[in-house]
Design a protein around this ligand. Structure first.
Ligand SMILES: [Zn+2]
Ligand SMILES: [Zn+2]
Length: 334
């Protein structure tokens, strides 16, 4: 799969409404342009980032390989030579508008070295089609919140960006994505709670199902059903203190609690088995959940210890070998 970046500006409306990209094969003097002939490289399933007047205006996927096509009859294309290249694509529009300027450093870091859309000065190159990269594409569909929309269409590729994934690296603004992803994840968990009423669980080692992705980021999948089971088994109570109860969830009608992986899923590389198992998921009230992620050293330590003592035997059964509390605290950076 290949990734592209297109600057559309004037023709965006027509192209997005018509669901295509079009570029002439030659200019008036009969010259080829690399940013046009790159069209020939677009194949079915490739992803395209659409930039319009400095904003990310759409994300699309090619429905077919590029083919030879006459200039569209509409006025926006009036000046170009007739013979051209065309790619039919499915457009998805962002839920969030972002300006490329605001993310220029990341974009420059993630774009490919050759045929890249942004020049060294941080401005868009003059031309139509350029190359993007998988990392750049993923970065932008998260930033523009297009991923959700694409996923609703059931596109398999994007399942890797669903709320069920936790990003390993969360710095700066990415942490906001993480909070949103966490909220969306809890929505999925609560839907799973409603779907399936598990009453008991036999702890046993589960094989890892993680996929690692190239680039700077690695994503870890969490199955909402596992967390749903854990919450149900905990009786919708906070496992730090059963009296912690703040409000009822509108989805489940029960005390609102959140799922937390006692051994963070991002540590899975250090284990032979999956960490996404009921034995490793604790049910926490929202305050205790924030505490274990953001609290001061001593309080986090105390809370994790309480939870670890309760879960020790079950973790062993699930094949998750932890020597002692210190082992776990290391995973929290404490
Ligand atoms: Zn957590
Ligand atoms: Zn609590």
């Amino acid at each position: 799969m290949n990734y592209f970046w297109v600057f559309q500006n004037k023709t965006f409306r027509e192209e997005s409404q018509g669901g295509f990209l079009w570029a002439p094969q030659k200019d008036k003097l009969g010259h080829n342009k690399s940013h046009w002939s790159l069209m020939k490289e677009v194949k079915k399933g490739d992803a395209i980032v659409h930039s319009v007047n400095g904003k990310i205006a759409a994300i699309s996927f090619a429905k077919e390989d590029c083919y030879v096509a006459q200039r569209p009859a509409t006025q926006g294309f009036g000046d170009w030579e007739k013979q051209g290249w065309r790619v039919d694509c499915e457009y998805y529009f962002p839920a969030q508008t972002i300006r490329t300027k605001d993310y220029i450093e990341q974009i420059m870091k993630l774009q490919p070295d050759k045929n890249s859309p942004i020049n060294r000065a941080g401005n868009g190159n003059t031309g139509y089609l350029f190359r993007a990269s998988k990392d750049l594409f993923e970065f932008l569909i998260v930033k523009t919140a297009t991923c959700q929309k694409i996923e609703e269409q059931g596109l398999e590729l994007l399942s890797l960006l669903s709320a069920g994934y936790e990003y390993e690296k969360c710095n700066g603004k990415a942490s906001l994505d993480r909070v949103i992803a966490e909220d969306e994840y809890m929505e999925e968990v609560e839907s799973a709670i409603n779907r399936q009423k598990t009453s008991s669980i036999e702890d046993c080692p589960k094989e890892k199902t993680q996929k690692n992705f190239s680039g700077s980021r690695r994503v870890y999948k969490r199955d909402p059903q596992v967390s749903a089971n854990a919450i149900r088994l905990a009786g919708f109570k906070c496992e730090v203190d059963e009296s912690h109860s703040f409000f009822l969830s509108h989805r489940t009608g029960k005390n609102y609690v959140e799922a937390h992986h006692l051994l963070p899923i991002s540590c899975e590389d250090e284990f032979d088995v999956s960490l996404d198992v009921e034995a490793n998921v604790v049910s926490l009230c929202p305050v205790c959940h924030r505490l274990v992620h953001h609290g001061k050293h001593e309080q986090v330590r105390q809370t994790i210890e309480t939870l670890y003592q309760k879960r020790r035997q079950r973790l062993i059964k699930a094949g998750i070998k932890v020597k002692d509390l210190e082992d776990i605290l290391k995973a929290y950076g404490k």
